[in-house]
Design a protein around this ligand. Sequence first.
Ligand code: NDP
Length: 274
Amino acid sequence: MTDRYCVFGNPVAHSRSPAIHARFAAQCHQDLSYEALLAPLDGFSATAREFVAAGGKGANVTLPFKEEAFGLCTRRSARAERAGAVNTLDFTGSGIFGDNTDGAGLVRDIEVNLGFPLAGKRLLLLGAGGAARGVIAPILERQLAGLFIANRNGDKADALAGQFSDLATVDAGNFAKTAGRTFDVVINATSASLSGAALPLPAGIFAPGSLAYDMMYGKGETPFLALAREQGAAHLADGLGMLVEQAAEAFLVWRGVRPDGAPVLAALREQLAA
Ligand code: NDP
């Protein structure tokens, strides 16, 4: 019998996850199906439970249900506990297991696909929402030279940094507080690019040879990457690789085998450019 998987979201029709997992399944010779399922805004848990009752083996969870998915789990990985959100559910054991693969996906995209090791780097993380919180612990594991979290609302950045103070000293504040500093990696985890808004970043924050990474992806350059290019960032990347690599990590959780993300990313990139 073909094993069933899905991604829950609202909206979800735009999701690229079915195409990604279809390619992973073919690459790894796994007999599975993967579909996008729209859950009502007030009915995520009921929809997930129906999927389990119908024999579903696992699921991804996207906006706006990652926090609710966290609450649905009977067991969670340490990285999901840290993130306070779950993007991967496994229904095959006793109860419901929850994981968060976003941070691992980001780190793998930067270090493996982009060939940019994070050890010893000064990293600026922009944003203090769910996406930012989800990646902090996996980033801190890479032995950075330092992490600064900057957010439009500086108090939220301070509070977020405080939640990770047992792992490392993390600087935080509003965007203006980064003035006078330089960074080797700047990651945009705000949703500003979604609305086409530019971030009010001080000039001079990009160190020579630095990487600017926007978690957002789509056709064309995001406002953040355009700004980074103007300000001299040497390497620019969008979040498509993170999307593919968090999916590869979820596939590993479900199937015990890790697909190679690189060829799938290349194929997706071609589709997006067409
Ligand atoms: P949240 O709604 O939880 O957080 C939004 C964040 O963006 C907050 O820090 C908010 O600041 C900031 N923000 C919003 N608008 C602006 C603006 N105009 N100027 C400055 N800051 C702004 O969203 P998420 O954290 O869940 O998602 C953030 C982004 O990450 C989205 O674009 C999402 O698509 C992307 N993402 C990509 C993934 C991938 O696989 N590539 C995975 C997960 C997320 P404030 O607190 O001041 O309001």
